[in-house]
Design a protein around this ligand. Structure first.
Ligand code: HEM
Length: 577
């Protein structure tokens, strides 16, 4: 996330004007270009003996190939083509990177030697600006450790399980909305991605920060739309500002704050539409979190935790839990207000598109395979019958083997985040579980010295699809591999990766592993348990391509300009209800 959208690949002046700031940035780019050419002529790559894809552009090197919207196939097949470590050849603008999907090497990068492989300054600077404070993605080292110490207990099963009734209510609203649409216009197509994105925003905003947008009451309500569009626009917009990204980290720490704010507001007068829109998004998103936070803080000060029971989530949202934990923490562990507000923003940004994409992908798979749908529906209906129609709770949902296996397999094969990357801070020797071959000498390489400054790509999907790990059918969708079937037992037993989710890298690993994993699995399973018994899903007459972005996004072929969408035909399954 971050540079991926920076290079998705909308060029900086596509929106017209060339402001003063942009000219300054251009000078930096030119200086970098000269440095890069100098380096290219005088230095040899330490990774020249490692195989990797040939870049399609001498100028940009691997950047366009790895970050381009249509480069998914490269990520999916990287391991098969080049092994678990590949060299990414740099262009004139930069040096070589490494693309890694080796489990042992990733353990070193994300767990054992994680402090040698932090996120890049561009990445943390951008997320710090978006959250207007020390959001998780914007901080590192001791500060990050302190935030996670307080946050990790908030995301445990005991807290997340309490959200099940709330999620069920929201999923039921979605079902009723869809029923109304199907009944009033039978046979018409519905953009299921739009409905799921609304649902995911409501689930995350109610579940994580305790704010409701009622996205189905009035499908075009201004409040919902403003926020929804800001959340969806902010990262793609930042991609068009990538010439400014080297300045983000130092900018967000500039003092005095009033001067920084004053200069920041110039974004409204500089004739650069992307900068203006970026600023607008920030000015919509931040006050939303700040208002909720101050409201909660006031209630909490007046009546303690009980006073928060009357808020939209009934006081069970994760921000409320965090605020309570914060108030009880030792002075030195306590987070300042701006950190709590920034964290609220990270929940929304980290949890909306990832989850809506994951649910949409599942429905897409189900729409293409009615046997899969019937197999899942049978299991869900049996469980509901046992509960006499009452909703399934967190533990009951997790005890459904078919649904669980289907979610694991979809999240393995179609991880919403395809890769992340890190900047090497210190020379580090990294061991390999699967040795690669030296392209010059033909000898086996069992460990690699990763040099300071190297950009390291963590191949999430590349590892999730490695045939060495998952077997020759790794690229196929087979939920049964998770169900103890004999054919898969010995392969599955041998797989050992640092990933926090079922040996996949989908939610990453180590201290930066996704805290929202249980939360999102509950969202996905709840929506499935409510929708699958009610509707038959059919793909409308359109080819849908999933393309690389911040997360994977579906586009209708030939209608890419209309933005992500998945048109589907829904019909009611009356007899089962
Ligand atoms: C299917 C759904 C999701 C997927 C696949 C996913 C995946 C990821 C990945 C790969 C990262 C690591 C990013 C990096 O280090 O560069 C991450 C981080 C993060 N995720 Fe998720 N996520 C999902 C849902 C959620 C939800 C629902 C929330 C909030 C409730 C959330 C909150 C976060 C936060 C705050 C971080 C930053 C953690 C840190 O830097 O310490 N995510 N997620």
């Amino acid at each position: 996330m971050g540079l991926s959208q920076m290079l998705n690949l909308s060029f900086p002046f596509a929106d017209g004007s060339l402001g003063l700031l942009v000219k300054a940035a251009l000078i930096v780019v030119v200086i970098r270009l000269f440095t890069a050419v100098y380096n290219l002529l005088t230095k040899r790559s330490p990774y020249e003996n490692i195989a990797g894809p040939k870049p399609s552009s001498a100028m940009l090197g691997y950047l366009a190939d790895v970050h381009g919207m249509d480069s998914l196939d490269l990520h999916f097949t990287m391991t098969e083509r080049y092994g678990h470590v590949a060299r990414l050849k740099g262009g004139l603008f930069g040096s070589d990177g490494l693309y890694i999907s080796d489990p042992l090497a990733l353990h070193s990068i994300l767990v054992k030697d994680q402090y040698n492989f932090p996120q890049s300054d561009e990445f943390s600077g951008l997320f710090g600006i978006i959250a207007r404070g020390p959001a998780l993605a914007a901080i590192s080292g001791k500060e990050h450790k302190q935030h996670r110490k307080l946050l990790n207990p908030v995301f445990t099963a005991s807290h997340v399980s309490k959200l099940a009734p709330l999620f069920h209510r929201i999923a039921t609203e979605l079902r009723e909305r869809l029923k109304t649409e199907v009944k009033s216009n039978p046979g018409a197509t519905v953009d299921i991605l739009d409905r799921l994105s609304r649902t995911a925003l409501e689930l995350i905003s109610q579940g994580a920060i305790g704010l409701t947008f009622s996205p189905f009451d009035n499908m075009n309500s201004k409040g919902f739309h403003e926020y929804y569009e800001a959340v969806n626009d902010v990262l793609p917009c930042s991609s068009r500002l990538f010439v400014l990204s080297p300045f983000f980290e130092s900018w967000r720490n500039k003092k005095p704050v009033w001067l920084r704010r004053f200069i920041g507001n110039l974004a409204y007068v500089i004739p650069w539409p992307s900068l203006r829109r970026f600023k607008e998004c920030l000015d919509i998103m931040h006050p939303t979190c700040a208002n909720v936070f101050y409201e909660k803080k006031k209630l909490f000060a007046e009546g303690g935790i009980d006073a928060l029971a009357n808020t939209a989530s009934g006081g069970i949202d994760l921000t409320t839990v965090l605020m309570q934990a914060n108030s009880e923490a030792n002075e030195e562990d306590r987070l300042p207000d701006e950190a709590v507000m920034a964290t609220m923003g990270s929940f929304i940004l980290g949890g909306q598109e990832t989850t809506s994409g994951a649910i949409c992908r599942l429905l897409d798979l189900i729409s293409l395979d009615h046997d899969l749908h019937d197999w899942l529906r049978e299991e869900i209906n049996e469980a509901l019958a046992e509960k006499k129609g009452k909703p399934l709770d967190f533990y009951e949902l997790n005890a459904l083997p078919r649904l669980d296996a289907t979610c694991r397999e979809a999240l393995r094969l179609f991880a919403p985040v395809t890769f992340v990357w890190r900047q090497t801070k210190k020379d580090t020797i990294v061991p390999l579980q699967y040795p690669i071959t030296d392209t010059k000498t033909g000898q086996e390489i069992r460990e690699i010295l990763i040099h300071e400054g190297t950009t390291v790509y963590v191949g999430i999907s590349a590892l999730n699809r490695s045939t060495t790990l998952w077997g020759p059918d790794a690229a196929q969708f087979i939920p049964e591999r998770w169900m103890g079937h004999q054919a898969y037992e010995s392969t599955m037993e041998k797989i050992k990766t640092p990933g926090i989710f079922s040996n996949t890298m989908t939610f990453l690993a180590g201290a930066r592993g996704c805290p929202g994993m249980k939360f999102s699995l509950l969202e996905i399973k709840t929506v499935m348990s409510v929708l699958l018994p009610a509707f038959r899903f059919e793909r409308a007459d359109a080819m849908v391509d999933w393309r690389l972005g911040i997360t994977l996004s579906p586009y209708v072929r030939g209608k890419e300009a209309e933005g992500p969408q998945v048109p589907m035909k829904l019909s009611l399954i009356e007899e089962e209800n």
